[in-house]
Design a protein around this ligand. Sequence first.
Ligand code: PRX
Length: 663
Amino acid sequence: MTEQTLSNLLHENRRFEPPAELAANANVKADAYDEAGADREAFWAKAADRLSWAQRWDRVLDDDNPPFFKWFTGGKLNAAYNCVDRHVEAGNGDRVALHWVGEPVSDQGAESRDLTYAQLKDEVSQAANALSSLGVATGDRVAIYMPMIPEAIVTMLACARLGAPHTVVFGGFSAEALASRIEDCGAKVVVTADGGYRRGAPSALKPAVDEARSIAAGAGHTVEKVLVVRRTGQDVAWEDGVDVWWHDAVATASTEHTPEAFDAEHPLYVMYTSGTTGKPKGILHTTGGYLTQAAFTHWEVFDLKPETDVYWCTADIGWVTGHSYIVYGPLANGATQVLYEGTPDYPERGRWWRIIEEKKVTLFYTAPTAIRSFMKQGHDIPDQHDLSSLRILGSVGEPINPEAYVWYRHVIGGDRTPVVDTWWQTETGAMMISPLPGVTHAKPGSAMNPLPGVTADVVDDEGHPVPNGSGGYLVLTQPWPSMLRTIWGDDQRYIDTYWARFRDANGGQGYYFAGDGAKKDEDGDLWVLGRVDDVMNVSGHRLSTTEIESALVSHPYVAEAAVVGATDADTGQAVVAYVILREGAPESCEKELSDHVRTQIGPIAKPKRIMIVPELPKTRSGKIMRRLLRDLAEGRGVGDTTTLADSSIMELIAAGKAASTED
Ligand code: PRX
């Protein structure tokens, strides 16, 4: 964020009160803050009681071995039972769980399919039976690499039903990225599709799985089975004995499956996310605490009335938002939701607004990057649709600038709808800081306050809370139910990454460091400013500078690379790479390098700009000064170079910048 934006934020004095009717009927009212403040554990125990437990817990929070906290120990439950079966048992089997909308549109309209809770129960049971017969047992890992089709959700729930942790890999990731995740968590089975639809064309997935399987085999890891949904009808290579069609294995399986209850701390899933090193971290979430907070926050922050609301979260199931706020939270709450396969603007720019109108969506959750791109297209397109069903709008993934917030509220929400700006992370598992739609007098651009039961603060370098009106590091001061439990296979990295920065005076647990900078305004409300570490946020997607640098230096032309996230009007941040070429490399190879990053990681990591430079700015100890490169990429010119080993380097780079090409 620039100084200019920062000071604008300080002077933001617009306030939006909750609509009176919403406030009067809200699921969660202001007294929740007092209740949680008086007894946090009792508050979370009450939230856990919204779920069905096969056996009640003995202890709410086990903090005997920080930072390895446990929640609801002694309790047993099945996550899939909670998301599906119990709604059928309660007489809601006919309620639609998923209004699935496919991307293709024909003369007959959009391809679509509704699944009731009763149908979902049958399909999840069939998939659980099929996975067991493919050898998946409790504790085995299953990788999921799928488009946004109901089978993706069915597979996640089938895994949860079996107690087999899933790892969903975003369909936009490359074969290499998929392979590294499969290897890291030792996935035995991969579930995929022949392909999915993107911008009107089938886009293949199975070939990447085949390639990932062979990369993993080269590293000594065997994927035993690949279960394939036929979605696009594309030709696929087939290996008998390994590849199995979904329609052969799942559709023919029994719809009877008895879910087993697992310990509250049984692993539910591993979600890989970028950290400050080249190797993605497998964030481990477990069952009881995670489901408690995902379900509770969804009900609280979206004020969900499951009998009447139609909810839609536009995230992909490949990200944590899809896990917590498409699959586990909404389904545990018995919600009816839209699941959309495609891109926002296919086959027309108003596709999203048409879906809202047709399905009468009441609660809508999306990312600032999407809002900004719609803002650019103007209000004419949404204005052509009746969006009056909407009653709450949510935002997630990156700071939402006040202009985008106000546009969202005004143009999409018709000035009726509160906007909830929800701050959280893959690691937190569920929302942590957000307005409450029936309580908070929200300020555009501010995530406002920690939710009831959550404790956060902004601290200085020494870990002391900063006074109102100042900025610092965002920390979470006490454990919360849906917190990550560790990094898969690397407890030490878990401690070092999150708990080492702000230890308490005795070297004990201290605070969880989120990696974000934040500001407390004069009223003590929180403004999240973005990452303070080497993690970038491009279109709400987390990318590591080091990961992209490693991808670049793995190319034979590249001697050295430095990557920065530069402020970008559309995507929040954009990837800008500075590269030193090896001798003999062709002069203009920017495109080739950028394609290389695409193959190594995926299209989202592709640099927007690659600058070929003669040198990189380094301190005397050899550390690359990314701050200077960021200044340059953001057009601020050459900043303070006094700590550079060779201060003339920045001038050289700046001079070369004019010659750089935009990819
Ligand atoms: O920098 C914060 C930003 O996204 C990061 C978490 O990214 P990820 O783990 O991919 O999860 C995204 C979906 C929860 C955070 O460290 N972030 C997320 N939500 C917000 C945000 N920044 C500001 N405001 C938000 N509402």
